[in-house]
Design a protein around this ligand. Sequence first.
Ligand SMILES: NC(=O)c1ccc[n+]([C@@H]2O[C@H](COP(=O)([O-])OP(=O)(O)OC[C@H]3O[C@@H](n4cnc5c(N)ncnc54)[C@H](OP(=O)(O)O)[C@@H]3O)[C@@H](O)[C@H]2O)c1
Length: 294
Amino acid sequence: MSTGRILVIGGTGATGAEAVRHLLARGAQVRVVTRDPSAAADNPALQGAELVAGDSSQPETLKEAFEDVEKVYLVPPTHPGWDETQSAIIDMAAAAGVRHLVKLSVFEADPDEPSLILRFHHRGEQEIERHGMAFTHIRANSFFQNVLLLDAPAVQAQSCFYSCVGDAKFAKIDARDIGEVVAKVLTEPGHENRTYELTGPAALSYDDIAAELSRACGREIRYVDMPPEDYAALLTSVGVPQWLAEEFATLYGRGKQRAGASARTTSTVEDLLGRPPRSFADWAREHADLLRAV
Ligand SMILES: NC(=O)c1ccc[n+]([C@@H]2O[C@H](COP(=O)([O-])OP(=O)(O)OC[C@H]3O[C@@H](n4cnc5c(N)ncnc54)[C@H](OP(=O)(O)O)[C@@H]3O)[C@@H](O)[C@H]2O)c1
C-alpha cells in the first residue's frame, strides 16, 4: 500500500540535504538513509525527517530503508565501482514497488565519453527507464560547492586554484537550487518521465570564476591551468584517491567538457522555480569567509 513516504539516498549531501529541507517544508513524509544517523540528527536541514542507518555504497544495507516507500531521490555515492552500486539500488527500488525514482545525473551524460561519471550516469538513466517505473533524470551541471570541496585549501594558502579545463566555460549551478527542484518534482504532478537539464545563470570560464572569487574575497585569486596528468598527480598528492583523481582529470581535461559542452545554459531552474538560479557571484560573497587567506 502506498504510504506517500519519500526515501532520500544521499540526504546528507549537497543537493540531498536541501531537497529534504524543501520536502519537509512541503509537508512530505521523508526518510533519509545515512551511514551516520547520529551526525545527521544534528543537521538543521534534516529536522523532522526519519533517519535510518544504511550505507548507500553497500546496497545490501538499504533493505529496511526501502520498506513502505513510494518515491525516491537517489544521489549515487562516489566510490570505486559506483556504477554497480547504482544498478543494485535501482533494482532494489523496482523490486520494492517504488512509483517514481528521481535520480541525480549529470549534465551531458554520455555513453561515449571517456569519463566514468558521464558514462555511468547515462547508464543509470537507461536502467531506470528499462524497469518501467516513472523517472525524472536531474542532469545537473557542476556545483558551485565543488570550490569548497576541492579548491578551498589552495585558495586559502596560495590564493589560486588548479584544474585542467583550459578556457572552457561551465554554466555551474548552486547545489541548493538542484535540491529545491528535486523537492518540487517529488511533490507535484507532471514531472514524471522527464529529463531536466539544470544549470546556473551564466557560462563562466575558470578565469571568470577566479575574478568573482577575487571580488568576493578582496584579494587576487588566480586560476592555474595544467595538463590533465599533472592535475591528477596534484589531486593525489592532497589525498584524493587515485581512481577519483584520474576521473576528475578525464572529466575536466580529456573530453567534451574541455571542448565547452557544459557552457550551455538552460531556463529549467527558472521555469520550475519561478525565479532565476542563484549566481556564482552571490555564492562567492556568501562563502568568502571560508576562502580567507591562512
Ligand atoms: N559535484 C558535482 O559537481 C556534481 C554534478 C553533477 C552530478 N554529481 C553527482 O552527484 C553525486 C554525489 O555528489 P557529491 O560527490 O557532490 O556528494 P554529495 O551529494 O554531497 O554527498 C554524497 C552522499 O553520498 C553518501 N555516501 C554513501 N557512501 C559514500 C561513500 N563511500 N563516499 C561518499 N559518499 C557516500 C553520503 O551519505 P552519508 O555520509 O550520510 O552516508 C552523502 O550523503 C555523484 O553521483 C556525482 O556524479 C555531482
